[in-house]
Design a protein around this ligand. Structure first.
Ligand code: MTE
Length: 308
């Protein structure tokens, strides 16, 4: 398995303490995030997580350098530094996303058209990787449900499937059978419509770097990071649960739901703790990555040990 367990991470890969985000600079940025979030029902929580300089340090965002130099993006290599080194030649403009399947507005959409008249949002979210590391990232993007509603899903659409660009010329990792290409992910329709799920086009107020998934990626904060498919070229409304890339690669380790759950271990390591990039200590992993108040009701009555 290529995804590494926490103890395999070399000390030399860990960002030194001096790279911690500057608290003053962050307060300034958090003010902007708070103002933008203020109109939404999520405002109190977002404000709390954004204004961390006055509260517990848990949710201090990771630095730009950390977020853009320590990546998983196997189309560009399997080491954490590979995506930054190898993704810069990817042509991300022009870009179009094919919308297909059970909806009334299928077609090929330029990104501007996909997001036309959808409100841009700024959200500071924890990203918890299945490898037991985490980061805090100030994302910019669009609520996925707002985008999907405009595409008018039909009643038969039970799931949404997302596909990454397939272009081995530009994505050298796709010349090797590391995974089955192209990378595919999926959400149940009600998960996709949840207001926390985003299509992301930027971070720290700047365009999304290529290694982080430019020009558009998914971010689902209560699920392991592998749900956050990058460089999306296709969104398809389907009836059956999609078989995702990681389910295909190792079904016993990577389920469709991929909800962050400290009680369901990976076959090779515990999921009960995690290491925040930039820190040494282990933190306890929270159910649903700490977003349980908002999302637990989506899974009422489901056995999350079976539906992991
Ligand atoms: N998307 C594609 N297309 N290819 C990938 O290899 N890796 C996933 C996810 N999206 C991946 C991907 C994994 S395992 C994680 S943890 C997150 O991207 C990491 O996002 P980040 O590099 O922005 O932290």
């Amino acid at each position: 398995m290529l995804i590494r367990k926490p103890d395999d991470i070399e000390p030399s890969e860990i960002t030194p303490e001096r790279d911690y985000v500057n608290r003053r600079a962050f307060l300034k940025m958090a003010g902007g995030v708070g103002a933008l979030a203020a109109g939404s029902a999520l405002a109190p929580r977002l404000l709390r997580s954004a204004l961390v300089a006055d509260g517990p340090p848990e949710d201090t965002p990771n630095t730009w350098d950390q977020i853009t130099s320590y990546n998983n993006y196997y189309e560009f290599g399997t080491d954490k530094a590979d995506p930054k080194a190898n993704a810069q030649q990817l042509r991300t403009s022009p870009w179009s996303v094919e919308v297909a399947g059970l909806c009334r507005k299928p077609g090929h959409y330029a990104l501007d058209d996909l997001f036309r008249s959808v409100t841009r949002v700024d959200r500071v979210y924890r990203l918890r990787c299945v490898e037991a590391w985490s980061m805090v990232v100030p994302w910019n993007g669009y609520v996925l449900g707002d985008v999907l509603r405009r595409l008018e899903p039909e009643p038969g659409a039970k799931y949404v499937q997302f596909t990454t660009l397939y272009d081995p010329q530009q994505m050298p990792g796709q010349r090797r059978p590391i995974l089955q290409w192209p990378y595919v992910e999926g959400l149940r329709m009600d998960e996709a419509m949840h207001p926390l799920a985003l299509l992301v086009t930027g971070l720290y107020g700047k365009p999304l770097p290529k290694q982080d998934g430019a020009p558009v990626r998914l971010v689902v904060p209560w699920k392991y990071g592998f749900k956050g498919i990058k460089a999306i070229v296709k969104i398809e409304f389907v009836e059956q649960q999609p078989t995702t890339t990681w389910m295909r690669a190792w079904p016993e380790a990577y389920g469709f739901y991929a909800n962050v759950n400290p009680t369901v271990d990976h076959p090779q390591w515990t999921q009960s703790v995690e290491r925040r990039i930039g820190e040494w200590r282990r933190r306890p992993t929270q159910m649903f990555n700490g977003y349980g108040d908002q999302v637990a009701s989506l899974y009422a009555g489901m056995d999350l040990r079976k539906n992991f």
